[in-house]
Design a binder for this molecule. Structure first.
Ligand SMILES: NC(=O)c1ccc[n+]([C@@H]2O[C@H](COP(=O)([O-])OP(=O)(O)OC[C@H]3O[C@@H](n4cnc5c(N)ncnc54)[C@H](OP(=O)(O)O)[C@@H]3O)[C@@H](O)[C@H]2O)c1
Length: 239
């Protein structure tokens, strides 16, 4: 039976989550395509099946403990790769910020990552192998004005991942964190912030295919040469 990859945080086709699902279906792995919007998930699954791959849509809210456990239960084969890509940017000034808004940012960017990682470990550790990858952002490494909610939750996800890498490396679990350092050249920016996208131009937005290459590189690394963290940015990024 084909091994399984789980990608949570799959949105539009021209987005990182969807392209991760499409790439790993070609590895080939059976991909569980997870996110909150069933129609979008089905569109990606149809594309994978049309290309001769195997995939299943599993609508899942990453912050729901039972739903995350059920997602892993849906795996048809051993889970060899688990990718936590869920995360929404949450701008806002601290002085005006509601407690609910701050907590919701932490729930999707950090707490959901814990729920997901724990389910992955419960299946991978007994088998002694598996890869768990997390999507980070510039926010993972530094605080910036007007982004305290996002910065703090992404930074927390990163240190959780680092602790996990050290705690379970000896059990054969490879944990990786990808710092996406700048705007991604996909639907989220192009449709959500068209003027910003126009100003940046293609050369100022990170290539999704290039980011996905980084995930594949991490996944294929041999046990004696593991990377915890990769950063990816355009040549134009000021960092
Ligand atoms: N876009 C950028 O420029 C950028 C830059 C740096 C880092 N990142 C990081 O890259 C990752 C991908 O972000 P993206 O904006 O480019 O989107 P994307 O990969 O195209 O899609 C991610 C999807 O995650 C889903 N999601 C959000 N909250 C969720 C939850 N609670 N449970 C399950 N799924 C959830 C959203 O879909 P639904 O709302 O339909 O569920 C969203 O469309 C995120 O971790 C983000 O922080 C993005």
């Amino acid at each position: 039976m084909m091994k399984t990859a789980i990608v949570i945080g799959v949105g539009p086709e021209d987005g990182l989550g969807a392209q991760l699902a499409l790439r790993f279906a070609r590895t080939p792995l059976h991909v569980l395509v997870a996110g909150r919007s069933p129609d979008g998930l089905e569109a990606i699954v149809s594309q994978i099946r049309g290309d001769g791959g195997e995939a299943t849509a599993v609508p899942t809210d990453a912050t729901d403990e039972r739903a995350v456990a059920a997602l892993f239960e849906a795996a048809p084969g051993d889970v060899d790769l688990a990718i936590y890509n869920a995360g929404n940017n949450t701008p806002g000034k601290l002085i005006d910020m509601s407690a609910d808004y701050f907590e919701a940012s932490w729930r999707v960017c950090c707490y959901g990552g814990f729920l997901f990682a724990r389910e992955a470990l419960r299946r991978m550790v007994p088998r002694g192998c598996g890869t768990v990858l997390f999507t980070g952002a510039s926010a993972s490494l530094r605080g910036r004005p007007n982004f305290a909610a996002f910065n703090s939750s992404k930074a927390a996800l990163r240190t959780m991942a680092q602790a996990m890498a050290k705690e379970y490396g000896k059990d054969g679990i490879h944990v990786g964190h990808v710092v996406v350092d700048g705007p991604i050249g996909g639907e989220k920016i192009k449709q959500g912030f068209p003027e910003y996208a126009e100003k940046l131009g293609d050369s100022g937005m990170i290539s999704i295919d290039g980011i996905v290459d980084g995930y594949e590189y991490l996944y294929r690394q041999p046990r004696r040469a593991w990377t915890f963290e990769l950063d990816v940015r355009t040549s134009e990024e000021r960092w």
